[in-house]
Design a binder for this molecule. Structure first.
Ligand SMILES: Cc1cc2nc3c(=O)[nH]c(=O)nc-3n(C[C@H](O)[C@H](O)[C@H](O)COP(=O)(O)O)c2cc1C
Length: 260
């Protein structure tokens, strides 16, 4: 065998060896770091829940502040709290939505958030101040222009007004659709009224700016310039989840002052 053939064989062997070692290293690192990744993801979500819950301060310890918030599961269809034995931490709404038993298909005419399916159970976060229910944080998700947007909306305990809203996951375009993360725009939701005087869900994002003399101004939020489609997605998401097929039955009980 010629020296040249030997050289090629050696080069190939070294390359194979190096790539094998590297793949083992990368795979091991991925497996070892997975629990840390999950933990970081969970902490980031807890941070955002605390933010809309109004419980975020510089000195806050995320985990203990989060533990002070009561997490409950509800039956979305009836609005009743689930068995206290059900563990909200173990509940995975995305998996439940896909499950034939734990999830259901949303009828097309109701699916304004374009999510196809939802879990039968929902998770709610009850924020108390000196034992008194101060606000309720509700997870929401729906389709924007390019992606499913996941977030939280905090409402008053009588389901009268929005107190805060925030998205923690989406893939809308930087500079356009990602204006849904703009703190000024998010703050503009504060104190908007959910229902009109007839009791109909009235909150919505409009195209353009809300005129001060608009009789429905207390329900309306300015649109996002250049991102009308994402803004419409947010509007539809909020309206689906606060509507009859979402948390509606639960909110009806809150409005009556029961179920707190
Ligand atoms: C590359 C690209 C990315 C875009 N990303 C978004 C987006 O994330 N959200 C959105 O609503 N519109 C996005 N648009 C713009 C929409 O196609 C559409 O023009 C816009 O939503 C209309 O908003 P306007 O009526 O306020 O101009 C994007 C357009 C382009 C070309």
């Amino acid at each position: 065998m010629s020296d040249k053939t030997n050289d090629i064989r050696q080069t190939l062997l070294v390359a194979l060896g190096v790539s094998l070692v590297c793949s083992v290293l990368v795979a091991t690192a991925a497996v070892l770091l997975e629990p840390r990744r999950v933990q970081n993801e969970q902490r980031a979500i807890r941070y955002d829940i605390l933010d809309v819950a109004g419980r975020l301060t510089d000195a806050v310890d995320i985990d203990s502040a989060f533990d002070a918030i009561e997490t409950r599961l509800i039956h979305l269809d009836s609005g009743e709290y689930a068995d206290p034995g059900a563990d909200p931490a173990a509940f995975d709404p995305r998996r439940a939505a896909r499950d034939p038993e734990l999830g259901l298909a949303i009828p097309a005419h109701l699916d304004v958030a374009q999510i196809d399916r939802r879990s039968r159970l929902g998770r709610v976060y009850l924020v108390r101040e000196n034992e008194e229910l101060e606000r309720i944080v509700l997870p929401i998700h729906g389709y924007g222009l390019w992606s499913t947007m996941y977030g939280f909306v905090a409402i008053t305990p009588d389901a009268g007004r929005v107190l805060a809203i925030k998205f923690y996951e989406h893939a809308e375009t930087p500079g356009l659709g990602d204006q849904i993360d703009d703190p000024g725009w998010l703050a503009s939701w504060r104190n908007k009224r959910l229902y009109d005087d007839s009791g109909d869900l009235a909150i919505e994002v409009i195209k353009g700016s809300v005129r001060p003399n608009d009789p429905r101004a207390e329900h309306r939020i300015d649109g996002l310039t250049g991102a009308t489609l994402t803004a419409r997605g947010v509007s539809n998401t909020v309206r689906y989840w606060l509507g009859e097929h979402g948390y509606g039955p639960y909110l009806a009980q809150l409005k009556e002052g029961t179920n707190q």
